[in-house]
Design a protein around this ligand. Structure first.
Ligand SMILES: O=C(O)CCC(=O)C(=O)O
Ligand SMILES: [Fe+2]
Length: 279
């Protein structure tokens, strides 16, 4: 059975299907002002409670398909040029990370997470909020949609994203930690603010905001200039977050290097396997 938008989205609070109404216009205006002021828009209860429950069940099944990546990483997601940056410089600060990801090509056709991502209602809403012209789902068969799975001891290091924005969906919280911490707008395109970045890496959390990300929350986040992390988590409950890839260009693809590191493969499945593990 095909998932209907009203099964997924909390249309009473977020009238995605009624662009002409004043409540939709107000939602867009509010979201745009949050984006301009804070660099993110947090939309709690975006997903119905019932759909959130279905997403959790789905995530439990999907998690068995996750590929684990871990290691030291930098805030700039690159190998530092040691001839250019002195020791101790933020560009040369290595931090541990550990996360598992289920790539788009492994997410079954009937998955509610896939239905949500492939919904045009959601795409049109994001277009209205971001106001940068037409938006496209990533063409990349790996990175277009991910389920990020994190467990005991996992964390994601302080970093800046290399994309203009990320759309994430909170599905399940860890028992402890696993918070999404942000220092909004710590740098600008012209000024790196290395001293401020160094302070954050040294544990200065005075300008840090922790976003609650209660399950069912949709977060639209500009991560290019806002340093952020997922704090170390503990306890047996997994943290599940859906990462939805969009761009203002039609053909965004991941490199073979990124595919190898994050998904452990470079060749995508033509259709999602129905059984896992593969026999
Ligand atoms: O898991 C999250 O909440 C955010 C992940 C993140 O920052 C990223 O994938 O760049
Ligand atoms: Fe990020």
């Amino acid at each position: 059975m095909k998932t209907k938008p009203s099964d997924l989205f909390n249309l009473d609070h977020y009238p995605l299907d009624q662009h002409e109404t004043s409540s939709f216009q107000e939602l867009i205006a509010r979201s745009q002002s949050d984006m301009a002021e804070l660099g993110y828009v947090e939309l709690p209860h975006f997903i119905t409670e019932q759909a959130t429950g279905a997403l959790i069940d789905d995530a439990e099944r999907l998690a068995t398909r996750a590929f684990r990546s871990h290691g030291p990483g930098t805030a700039y997601l690159e190998l530092p040029d040691e001839t250019q940056w002195p020791e101790g410089h933020p560009r040369r600060r290595w931090q541990p990370y550990g996360v598992e990801a289920v790539s788009y090509d492994l997410i079954p056709l009937h998955s509610p997470l896939r239905a949500l991502y492939e919904s045009d209602l959601l795409l049109r809403f994001l277009e209205a909020v971001l106001n940068r012209g037409p938006l496209f789902r990533y063409a990349d068969p790996f990175g277009a949609l991910n389920l990020a799975v994190m467990g005991e001891g996992d964390e994601l290091q302080w970093h800046f994203d290399q994309t203009d924005f990320v759309v994430s969906l909170a599905i399940q919280h860890a028992d402890e930690g696993g918070n999404f911490d942000v220092v909004p707008k710590i740098r600008t395109t012209g000024d790196e603010h290395y001293d401020d970045v160094a302070a954050v890496l040294n544990g200065d959390h005075s300008k840090m905001v922790t976003l609650p990300m209660t399950p069912g929350t949709l977060l639209i986040f500009e991560g290019r200039n806002s340093i952020h992390r997922v704090s170390p988590l503990s306890g047996p409950t997994k943290r599940y977050v859906g990462l939805l890839g969009y761009d203002t260009k039609a053909d965004t693809m991941s490199s073979d290097l990124l595919r190898t590191v994050r998904y452990g493969r470079t060749q995508a499945f033509a259709t999602p396997p129905t059984d896992w593990p593969l026999t």
